[in-house]
Design a protein around this ligand. Structure first.
Ligand SMILES: Cc1ncc(COP(=O)(O)O)c(C=O)c1O
Length: 397
């Protein structure tokens, strides 16, 4: 056979997408599966946003747009970043892409050369290391611990710096841990980036899903480091618009030009209709965003004690996003059906088989001692799923 790309063969398939598809398949076969594996809000997209998209279609706003995004949307995003995130940006600093994932991909393509090192704190979102590899970079994993709430600081970053360090990817609030990095740590890391000259790719897609009265802090707002920070966000999580595929980034114009060049040769503009919808999401009423945030916080509070009471699981209190990342180490060595549980994939398979609940094994996020449970589900589903998990776990030998 003619050889395929070795670069692509070294990339892992997204495990979260794989598990979600498996749950969908089992359900289609009539199995009563509860999925706690998806990374998307369960609410409908707000009505005003849907109407804006319908109007766009009726107005025949259905053709190619500017590659970088329509000017009104770029301006609305720049304004959002100025007002909410205190970034010093204008429309020329904004690139609209096909989802936050695409924004991050473009950003890495724009800055990486072969062999460049990109620091990725673990547990990480599944796509970070793979995207670094696709940009010919080398992911350097920064291990964090449960004891410190999966956070890290400038000293942890400094230990991993080398003359090949090109960037660090920071995701706060985090998928999969829900950890929120403190403003002080972000300021210190910005200071380190300025002194040692590396980029910070700040993935802030969960910026609006933050709890306990905490305020999201954008590292790009630190003036001394702002030229080094690429801020990526989007409408997927905050406005429950995962299927619309609109993400965006703010960065220095030289980075935007390069990222836009990559985009122009790969996808061109994001969907014209989705751009019209995103404009309404950003400029229209914001009440639904807060409603969803409060619902997630309530679900977290309702389910955390139940989860913690399951013997063999230990869980911290996530400060944002909509995921628990409990340790399942306490289950290792126990067995069901003659099989002994040895890692997170075994635990996920056991819970699918015995509780008919899908979760994502932590190994997909760089930790084999954990599983990821999404609580972007109704209280009824969450309660039933946790009851089933508790029953299955209590049957382990
Ligand atoms: C940490 C993180 N960044 C980026 C994204 C990408 O979002 P989008 O659906 O807008 O591509 C996700 C989606 O799951 C995410 O969890």
């Amino acid at each position: 056979m003619i050889p395929f790309s070795t670069k692509v063969d070294k990339i892992e398939e997204s495990q979260t997408i794989a598990i979600t598809s498996l749950a969908r398949k089992l359900r289609a076969e009539g199995k009563n599966v509860i999925s706690l594996s998806a990374g998307e809000p369960d609410f409908p997209t707000p009505e005003n946003v849907k109407l804006a998209a319908i109007k766009a279609i009726q107005d025949n706003f259905t053709k190619y747009t500017q590659n970088e995004g329509i000017p009104e949307l770029r301006e609305a995003i720049a304004e959002k970043f100025r007002v909410e995130n205190r970034l010093n940006v204008k429309a020329a600093n904004i690139l609209v892409s096909n989802g936050g994932k695409h924004s991050l991909f473009n950003a890495l393509q724009a800055i990486c050369n072969p062999g460049d090192e990109v620091i990725v704190p673990a547990p990480y979102w599944v796509s970070f290391p793979e995207m670094v590899k696709l940009a010919d970079g080398v992911p350097i994993i920064l291990r964090t611990s449960e004891e410190k709430g999966f956070t890290f600081d400038a000293a942890d970053v400094e230990r991993l710096l080398s003359d090949k360090t090109k960037a660090i990817i920071i995701n706060t609030p985090s998928n999969p841990t829900g950890a929120v990095i403190s403003e002080q740590s972000l300021r210190d890391i910005a200071d380190l980036a300025r002194k040692k000259n590396f980029y910070i790719i700040s993935d802030e897609i969960y910026e609006k899903i933050i709890y306990d009265g905490n305020k999201h802090f954008s590292v790009g707002s630190v003036p001394e480091a702002s030229r080094l920070v690429i801020t990526a966000s989007g409408v997927s999580k905050a406005y429950s618009m995962t299927g619309w595929r609109i993400g965006f980034m703010a960065a220095d114009e030289e980075i935007i030009k390069r990222a836009a060049k990559v985009q122009s040769q790969v996808t061109s503009n994001a969907s014209s209709i989705s751009q019209a919808a995103a404009l309404e999401a950003l400029r229209g009423a914001q009440a639904d965003v807060e409603k969803m945030r409060l619902a997630f916080q309530k679900r977290r509070d309702l389910t955390i004690a139940r989860l913690a009471s399951i013997s063999g699981l230990t869980v911290g209190r996530p400060g944002g996003a909509f995921y628990f990342f409990p340790s399942v180490k306490g289950l290792f060595g126990k067995s069901y059906d003659g099989k002994s549980l040895k890692g997170s994939i075994d635990v996920a398979q056991f819970l699918l088989a015995e509780a008919q609940v899908t979760l994502v094994p932590g190994i997909a996020f760089g930790s084999d001692d954990h599983i990821r449970i999404s609580y972007a589900y109704s209280e009824r589903e969450l309660t039933e799923a946790l009851d089933r998990i508790a029953a299955a776990v209590s049957g382990l030998k």
